[in-house]
Design a protein around this ligand. Structure first.
Ligand SMILES: [Zn+2]
Ligand SMILES: [Zn+2]
Length: 262
């Protein structure tokens, strides 16, 4: 009879072995989770956006480091899985945070708690959107207006109505379109909404046109030259019709005969 197979490290038998080693021993001898000695997180001090590779994301998030900032630094062994990581902050300076993560990892059916020290340097950099906005930079203006024919709609009532319609459009607008909105100005005839990105402005204008049945016009004006090229500002005019009077309710649907009587 063949001898019972045993783990070459601990000598125990009756356990599944990989290369002669049981999962417990293999887990102890493997780096399941690690992190580089130092990571860098770049954040915009104005809007809280993070620079991830070559683009900014998560605007309006807290400037406090969270697991969302830290998890990407973790290197996980291909055979290991992480259920949870808790982070504790140690002694820190204004720009360098000393952290220790405790990862609840699993590996070939066994679980290990792995301590992962990580030092993160915080770099504050104003994102392009915030720097543009602070300079009142814009490339397109979206004019929200009432219908062309002058109706008896007072300026404040008109603006309130347009604002409500605009809010419903923004609810369905992509976040990068909304992010391109820089500021807006109240006018007797409606609102002027300034965008830092013309494509975003056009996209929102088209969405508003569809959703609100608005009349849509666009025009461009030359504002100067930069790097040997003409620079245009584009104006999108949206005329939002007044909502039609509420139609008579449709005939009620006949109740199904199968409906149980009370
Ligand atoms: Zn073993
Ligand atoms: Zn920003």
């Amino acid at each position: 009879m063949a001898e019972k197979e045993f783990c070459v490290v601990c000598g125990r038998t009756g356990r599944p072995l990989v290369d002669g080693v049981c999962a417990d021993c293999a887990a102890d001898r493997t780096v399941l989770v690690s992190a580089p000695a130092r990571g860098v997180v770049v954040l915009c001090p104005t809007c809280g956006a993070r620079l991830v590779k070559d683009h900014w994301e998560r605007e309006n998030s807290s400037p406090v480091l969270s697991s969302e900032d830290l998890a990407p630094f973790l290197r996980v062994h291909p055979e290991a899985g992480i259920r949870r990581v808790t982070w504790e902050e140690g002694p820190s300076t204004a720009t360098v945070r000393e952290l220790v993560g405790t990862a609840d990892a699993s590996f070939r059916g066994v679980r290990r708690s792995v301590r992962v020290p990580l030092s993160v340097r915080l770099e504050h950099r104003t994102c392009p959107e915030c720097s543009r906005k602070s300079g009142r930079y814009y490339t397109a203006v979206l004019q929200l207006r009432g219908p062309e024919e002058r109706r008896l709609e007072k300026a404040t009532a008109l603006r309130t109505r347009l604002d409500a319609a605009w809010t419903t459009v923004l609810r369905d607008a992509r976040s990068d379109w909304k992010r391109a909105i820089s500021w807006r100005e109240a006018l007797p005839e409606g609102w002027d909404i300034f965008f830092t990105d013309t494509i975003a402005a056009r996209s929102v204008a088209r969405l508003a046109q569809q959703r609100l049945g608005a009349e849509f016009k666009q025009s461009a004006s030359l504002v100067g030259r930069k790097d040997g090229r003409d620079v245009y500002r584009v104006t999108f005019l949206l005329r939002i019709p007044r909502p039609a009077p509420v139609a008579a309710p449709a005939a009620p649907v006949r109740r199904s005969a199968a409906r149980l009587e009370p």
